[in-house]
Ligand binder design. Structure first.
Ligand code: PDD
Length: 288
């Protein structure tokens, strides 16, 4: 793989020259937030949505916003350009910086600047993925994450463990369950379809407010589909006509098996396929 150009605290550097401090609070405390924005046709999908959620995550953690919005867009675009990304993603992470010691208390933002890192990932075939054609299989795991999942923090240990549990079980991903109801996938929002009704968990602190979720629900309503925002159980998912997930990197991805049981026909269904098509078409039109 060729060497990428990445961005660290104001500088564009070859990836092997980019460094951050060992005292960075992102490293020591997972005191950081992130965003993943997909790139299609060399353009950013729903950048405004991701920028808005980033602002919210920073605010909820009392972290100062390090750069004005147009600057972040400029950095995103520059990285896409210099790395020649046609299909892929831009990863952005902002941490509370490196105060020069380990301390639980937040450092003074006047003296400790946030750390800003961005890099690209090239993913040719993101749209035309085999998983989108055949669907993915999921298992359920207990949701053992902290209670502020609406903030997009870099504390991803439990979601990583969830993916490993899924892998060990020979499936693709895990849906997390709390109090008998599905919260979300390890890195995506979860949906079922009953008849012509699309059901996905209501917003709250229990799930990440997916940018793809917001767009897909808007397109579904515009296409006169019925949307119910409520929690559902694994048994409901197994008895549903269809299931699917959404995320910035998976778009709309059908789920064909839940805990060993086929969902609907066991093949990707028409509602997920239509939503994927609408989502890709509309968001590519609006890409920047
Ligand atoms: N994950 N829920 C969780 C727990 C997530 O980590 C993500 C995104 C989503 C979907 O959000 P969005 O539609 O805004 O991507 C829901 C990203 C893609 C990741 O961690 O790689």
């Amino acid at each position: 793989m060729t060497m990428r150009t990445v961005y660290v605290n104001g500088n564009y550097l070859p990836e092997n020259e980019a460094t951050i401090s060992i005292f960075d609070r992102g490293f020591l405390m997972a005191d950081g937030v992130y965003e993943v924005t997909s790139v299609l046709d060399g353009k950013l999908i729903d950048f405004a949505g991701h920028a808005k959620r980033l602002e919210r995550s920073l605010k909820e953690l009392d972290m100062p916003h390090p750069a004005e919005l147009p600057d972040l867009l400029v950095i995103h675009r520059e990285l896409v350009r210099v790395n020649g990304i046609v299909e892929g993603l831009v990863y952005l992470q902002i941490t509370r910086g490196a105060p020069g010691d380990r301390d639980f208390a937040f450092p003074d933002p006047e003296t400790t600047a946030p750390t800003v890192v961005l890099f690209t990932q090239n993913k040719p075939g993101l749209i035309d993925s085999p998983a989108a054609r055949i669907g993915i299989k999921v298992i359920s795991v207990d949701d053992l994450r902290w209670a502020r999942r609406d903030i997009k923090t870099v504390q991803l240990l439990y979601p990583s463990m969830g993916k490993m549990i899924a892998k060990a079980a020979g499936v693709d991903d895990a849906w997390m369950v709390e109090d008998g109801h599905v919260t979300e996938g390890t890195s995506n929002n979860a949906y079922i379809v009953q008849g012509s009704t699309i059901i996905t968990r209501h917003l709250g602190n229990e799930i990440l407010h997916g940018i793809t979720r917001a767009a897909v629900l808007r397109f579904a309503r515009e296409a006169q589909m019925t949307v119910e925002e409520r929690s559902f159980t694994i048994a409901e998912a197994q008895a549903a006509d269809e299931a699917f997930i959404t995320s910035a990197s998976a778009f709309v991805m059908p789920v064909v098996e839940v805990d060993g049981q086929a969902v609907g026909t066991g093949s990707p269904g028409p509602v997920a396929a239509r939503l994927r098509e609408i989502y890709l078409e509309e968001s590519r039109k609006a890409a920047v």
